[in-house]
Design a protein. Structure first.
Lengths: 330, 506
């Protein structure tokens, strides 16, 4: 892991790969205390906003997974999202009270027909998180590969990337995602939906990676690798991509937060996750007219979407500062 | 330049056709168009299934269906569109005619407002880097990036429409509300204007007192039910706008620019006072357009005749002045009609639809009706765009401000205002031209959601219902309208790009 914006250090690290046998002492003395990766990690760990967000996000994920269990594994919460329970409060209001603190029977209230809303919101959060992270990882892989090929080989791969980018200017991502989401609904399952979403989300990252690769391929360490006969893909994977890692990781987090919003929007429109399964967007869609009568049905899923997306955005900001301190805000 | 535009247009058209093929194939394979009939218990079921297969051409192979659509749609080039029929037998042409106008109005308005507000915020945050204002706007951008559009829309519907309509009945401002509004606005303004502690405190106190005074006055005369700008305030407003334009562009010492702007403002004032009565009673869109063109023509003439050696700057400054004066005039006319509108529509901010159905009234009432319908969807739609324009402008402005030529300009002793307006602004806008195209696509996607939330019968609704029924004709009509709009927007962005950076067009 190296930082792409410090040419002197960067060349040093890469020269080290070739000259390590001839002069190991010099290399170890110049970079004795911290490697680039360590420096990035240290900067990230010191970013207060990012660390708070990361903790918060992990807590949300843990809550969503352990409470109702994951798949067939049961969780600690006694109710599920299918059964109807007798209405406890008037209109199924939340039983959660902060002072004195008590969870009660249905902390997030009950839906109009008596389902436990906590279980529903937790299931929705689980699904939204699972989809967002799958999309983030899959789109990052596609985007990195296409972007690297476009930047390194130019020619056909570059033309393909540029035309697909043009296409997304004309067909909005959300529109294409809706059509693909409608298709995924026939296959069923949230991972089919996630795969479809990944197919429409990778172009932005691919263009950024292409830009990085275009400048990196002209550097001397790449010329050196080429001179000793290294194969193109090995150059890309071993020499170029590690230097573009900052861009890739930062934008992967942005992809995740965008995926959460796209998924919830699709579910809201009816082209995403379908009943009987649920997602946070679907819960809002089902309860949007309840804002004046049963506000909790509307607020809880919304608050969870905003919390997750905000956390991921702040983590991305922290990562950007860690990889590229020049752009740092403070 | 022409060659450059022609080439870009050619590529865009080819992509438009390719995209239509892709979308068509995806849509007809996205589900079963006969599903609702298969599940029905209608005794006439077999017949209806046969009829639908025949209507939609389901027995034809996909390429023939696509070819049918393409030949029909390509006749739009000669003005004889045939966009096919929807699943229920309605002609899509008729559906599009009403839907396209409302959607394009929404998207273009949101896009223009987002660019103006976002660029201004971005420039201020870049100039006041690391200030409280900068952090505040950054935080706002983060929150805007994390807000689901549909959730925000439902919240606005509840709090900005229903609650506002309850409040406007007697338009009563309590003391705590007045003080809170004044404190918040004054705090934002002092943060934006900056300076040392003393200057900030003075700004804060002056602004807060001013707002408290104005709001108290408004409350006493129930201004929010009977607002009026009137000619005196209009005169003050135009003079203020002219002063602002002069300060921002050349400063008062350049008498050529000063004279040109003053002449424009003077003509605008006299002209507006002369035609105000006429516009109030019998305005139409063409008449307003004529007035607007006349104002711009006067501004250009003033700039050219009085500008002397700073002709270009004088023209620009007077055109901006004329634009601001026209906007103020429209605001004056609209506000004067507000109390009449409240009598006809006691709950002014609607939550559903893009216009009140069967509403018969004057031109200004209709304008107010359209405005009150569009305000909440626009706010919902443009929030994310404002955030992204702010971030991009800020980053690119900071980038430019660190360039050597800016340091050179400063070292020559040029004032900071000139450094920013003359040397930095234009260059910092260059990267934005590429963002506009992507952002416009995002706005169209957002419009699908916004129209669903606010119950508009627009293009987004056509897309959503068409896709849900696996009916390609309305979906493709949506694509044709929004795709053409996107190509046009892209083209404008490219031209702006070439003007801002002449190297591009070569």
């Amino acid at each position: 892991m190296t930082e792409p914006n410090n040419p002197a250090q960067l060349d040093q690290v890469h020269e080290a790969e070739y000259e390590i046998e001839s002069m190991p002492d010099e290399v170890t003395t110049t970079d004795k205390s911290y490697s680039q990766g360590r420096l990035v990690l240290r900067r990230f760990l010191r970013h207060r906003g990012a660390m708070i967000s990361l903790t918060f996000l992990i807590l949300i994920a843990l809550l969503a997974i352990t409470s109702i269990g994951f798949g067939p594994i049961p969780g600690w919460w006694s109710k599920n999202h299918v059964d109807l329970y007798p209405i406890q409060e008037v209109g199924g209001a939340p039983t959660l009270t902060l002072w004195p603190f008590s969870i009660g029977e249905h902390p997030f209230g009950q839906s109009t027909i008596g389902k436990d809303y906590f279980a529903l919101v937790m299931l929705g959060t689980q699904n939204s998180l699972a989809i967002a992270f799958t999309v983030g990882i899959a789109a990052t892989i596609i985007g990195t590969l296409v972007g690297a090929a476009a930047g390194y080989f130019r020619g056909l791969a570059e033309a393909f990337l540029m035309r697909v980018t043009d296409l997304f200017i004309i067909i909005p991502t959300l529109v294409l995602a809706a059509v693909l989401g409608r298709m995924a609904g026939n296959v069923g399952g949230i991972f089919a939906l996630a795969g479809m979403l990944a197919l429409v989300s990778w172009t932005g990252l691919a263009r950024l990676v292409r830009g990085e690769v275009l400048s990196l391929r002209e550097r001397e360490f790449v010329a050196a690798a080429r001179a000793v006969g290294t194969s193109p893909w090995r150059i890309i994977v071993r020499h170029i991509l590690p230097n573009a890692l900052g861009t890739i990781i930062v934008n992967a987090t942005l992809l995740i937060s965008a995926a959460i919003l796209v998924e919830t929007a699709l579910s809201y429109l009816g082209f995403g996750v379908r009943p009987p399964n649920t997602s946070l967007g679907l819960l809002i869609s089902e309860n949007q007219n309840a804002l004046s009568t049963r506000p909790w049905l509307f607020w809880w899923p919304g608050v969870f979407i905003v919390a997750v997306a905000l956390c991921v955005n702040f983590i991305g900001d922290g990562l950007r500062d860690a990889f590229d301190p020049r752009q740092q805000m403070d | 330049m022409l060659k450059f535009i022609a080439k870009r247009l050619g590529i865009s058209l080819a992509i438009l056709v390719l995209g239509s093929l892709l979308l068509y194939v995806l849509v007809i394979n996205s589900g079963d168009p006969l599903q609702d009939l298969r599940e029905s218990n209608d005794p006439n079921r077999e017949n209806r299934i046969r009829q639908r297969i025949e209507n939609m051409g389901l027995d034809m192979p996909w390429y023939e269906r696509y070819w049918d659509w393409l030949t029909g749609a390509s006749r739009c080039l000669v003005g004889q569109c045939d966009l096919g029929t929807a699943i229920n037998g309605q002609s899509v042409n008729a559906l599009v005619a009403t839907a396209a106008a409302s959607t394009l109005r929404l998207v273009v308005l949101a896009s223009l407002l987002a660019i103006v507000i976002g660029v201004i915020l971005g420039i201020i945050t870049a100039i006041r880097q690391y200030s409280g204002f900068d952090y505040g706007v950054t935080l706002f951008a983060f929150i805007a990036f994390s807000l689901p559009v549909f959730w925000l829309g439902v919240l606005l519907k509840h709090y900005a429409a229903i609650e506002f309509n309850n409040w406007i009945v007697d338009a009563d401002l309590s003391w705590p509300v007045i003080l809170a509004v004044a404190a918040v606005l004054a705090f934002i303004l002092q943060a934006a204007l900056g300076g040392d502690l003393k200057r900030r405190l003075i700004t804060f106190a002056a602004v807060a007192l001013g707002i408290v005074a104005i709001l108290t006055y408004f409350d006493l005369v129930t201004w929010f039910r009977r607002p009026a700008i009137g000619i005196p305030v209009y005169v003050l407003g135009v003079i203020g706008a002219a002063v602002l334009v002069i300060v921002l562009t050349s400063g008062f010492h350049n008498q050529r620019v000063r004279n040109a702007v003053a002449a424009t403002a003077g003509v605008a004032l006299v002209g507006y006072i002369a035609v105000r009565g006429f516009l109030m009673t019998s305005a139409t869109i063409p008449i307003l357009l004529v007035c607007f063109v006349a104002a711009i023509a006067v501004a250009v003439a003033a700039g050219q005749l009085l500008g002397g050696f700073s002709r270009r700057q004088a023209t620009l400054a007077s055109v901006v002045t004329a634009l601001l004066a026209s906007l103020l005039a429209i605001a004056d006319l609209l506000l004067s009609n507000w109390s009449g509108y409240l009598k006809e529509q006691p709950r002014p901010i609607p939550t559903i639809g893009s216009a009140t159905p069967n509403y018969e009234s004057t031109f200004w009432m209709h304008s107010l009706d359209a405005l009150t319908h569009i305000v909440l969807p626009t706010v919902t739609l443009m929030l994310i765009s404002i955030a992204s324009y702010t971030r991009y402008t800020r980053a690119s402005m900071l980038d430019v401000l660190n360039q050597d030529y800016i340091r050179t300009a400063r070292s020559k002793g040029i004032s900071e205002r000139k450094v920013i307006t003359r040397h930095a602004l234009r260059n910092s806008l260059i990267p934005l031209a590429t963002i506009v195209a992507f952002d416009f696509a995002g706005l169209i996607g957002g419009a699908v959601i916004t129209e669903t939330v606010f119950g508009w019968q627009g293009m987004g609704n056509l897309f959503r219902t068409g896709l849900a029924a696996v009916d390609p004709a309305p979906v493709m009509a949506f694509y044709l309208v929004t795709g053409t709009a996107a190509v046009t927007m892209n083209m404008l962005a490219d031209i702006a790009y070439a003007i801002l950076d002449p190297r591009i067009a070569r």
